[in-house]
Design a binder for this molecule. Sequence first.
Ligand SMILES: Nc1ncnc2c1ncn2[C@@H]1O[C@H](COP(=O)(O)OP(=O)(O)OP(=O)(O)O)[C@@H](O)[C@H]1O
Ligand SMILES: O=P(O)(O)OC[C@H]1O[C@H](OP(=O)(O)OP(=O)(O)O)[C@H](O)[C@@H]1O
Ligand SMILES: O=C(O)c1cccnc1
Length: 468
Amino acid sequence: MHNFSATYTDQYQLAMAQVYFNKGHRDHKAVFDYFFRKLPFKGGYAVFAGLEELLGIIQELRFEERDLLFLQEQGFKKDFLKYLHNFQFRGNIRSVKEGDIVFPTRPVLQVEANIIEAQIIETLLLNHLNFQTLIASKASRIRLVAGDSKLLDFGLRRAQATGGYFASRAAIIGGFDGTSNVIAARDYDIPVSGTMAHSFIQSYDDELKAFRDFAESRPENCVLLVDTYNTLKSGIPNAIKVAKEMEERGQKLLAVRLDSGDLSYFAKESRRMLDEAGLDYVKIAASNQLDEYVIKSLLEQQAPIDVFGVGTNLVTGAPDAALDGVYKLSWSGGEPRIKISESIVKVTLPHKKQVFRIKDSNGKCIGADAVALENEERVEEMFHPFEPYKSLQLGQFEQEPLLHPVMEGGEVLHEKRSLEEIAAYSLKRLSELPIEFKRFNNPHIYKIGISEKLREERDKLIRHYKNT
Ligand SMILES: Nc1ncnc2c1ncn2[C@@H]1O[C@H](COP(=O)(O)OP(=O)(O)OP(=O)(O)O)[C@@H](O)[C@H]1O
Ligand SMILES: O=P(O)(O)OC[C@H]1O[C@H](OP(=O)(O)OP(=O)(O)O)[C@H](O)[C@@H]1O
Ligand SMILES: O=C(O)c1cccnc1
């Protein structure tokens, strides 16, 4: 985990905080909801990621001397800076578990803190959760089509700068097996692996000699890149020679990598040549602008590819640049708060809330989450948020509360889970989701409803603000 300065925020947070400080609002309790409005990739679900990382950062978040000096230069006042000197997040956070499957328009996480603390962490929180959730969701789509094939993150070089560090973490939560990213592997305990670059082979006069030297240096996990000159006439025959020489030394060539051309054709031909040489244990890895659609197509063509290395399209969340997660005030100064918008879908939900996942008696998700007031234990009937005559009776279903306390008084509450555990949890939760929500074309739309009490509270506030 990296150390972040509390200046990892937008200036307006500090500008507002100074007013709260000066006007005596600093101890006002505020509640903010984190939620997003639109699922990425025209998909049917998203995978929530970034939480553990974020909580660790929030717990340690401070303003250092140089931060305060800088803020003084920006015109912030001495007494406020003195307050920031002692700043520490001391609030409470309730959240969906990291790795869970999440859906638009209902709270994924709720922050309850004094309004200055809640405001100062907003940007950091959105920055982390939006990015990692986007990438974990992309990774999950790739995992869904890749079956048992091994998935490696090759994206660091193509990532939006240091985003690649967090992308490698999120990729594992979404179902990837490993990364080429050494620093992410070190910090997050991710299996690290890699092959070789074209430059290595180009730097030699002779491909065979390059392969030999590489195999000699790291025989235990040697992967040879076979497409620098001519895959079938030179790359594969030379890889076969080296594999045979390795056998004589009691070693085994792990794989060959294809990085250009028709990957299905080259994989099939390579497989045939390797098998004919008695090298059926040598695996085939492929890379080159892969994404969930190309991998799906390659597997439909029965391309015998065992390992997919995915870079650009994974770590940039292509073709979606960002998850549109937002942080909206739902309670402050002892009162429920609402944001009323011209667009009905942008009206926020007031109050502290709980979210229930609705399940059948086998524990399978029926495709609905219900949002209720925090003190409601069940929701008997959930209502469409904006179409008053649409409702769903929930009496017969199991209801699982999704928001759990994860931070209290600024202290992280639970034991840190390993990435492996978070990824396994994510896979389990995805298996509870009916297949109709996982298809790529027009996935079934997950229902989000609100309880009668929450609807009444919301409508009361809407009427109040309409009349003022
Ligand atoms: N059999 C296949 N079915 C579907 N998609 C494929 C198949 N083979 C390759 N692709 C994908 O098609 C795209 C081909 O891109 P491109 O034409 O740039 O590759 P290339 O011919 O190897 O060129 P370059 O040598 O410049 O990388 C890549 O995204 C690749 O993963
Ligand atoms: O295509 P992506 O999904 O982004 O995957 C990563 C790509 O990065 C490497 O290429 P690069 O040309 O940078 O280096 P190389 O010489 O090792 O092939 C690798 O060979 C992949 O093609
Ligand atoms: O190890 C590899 O083959 C690799 C790593 C990063 C990017 N492309 C390929």
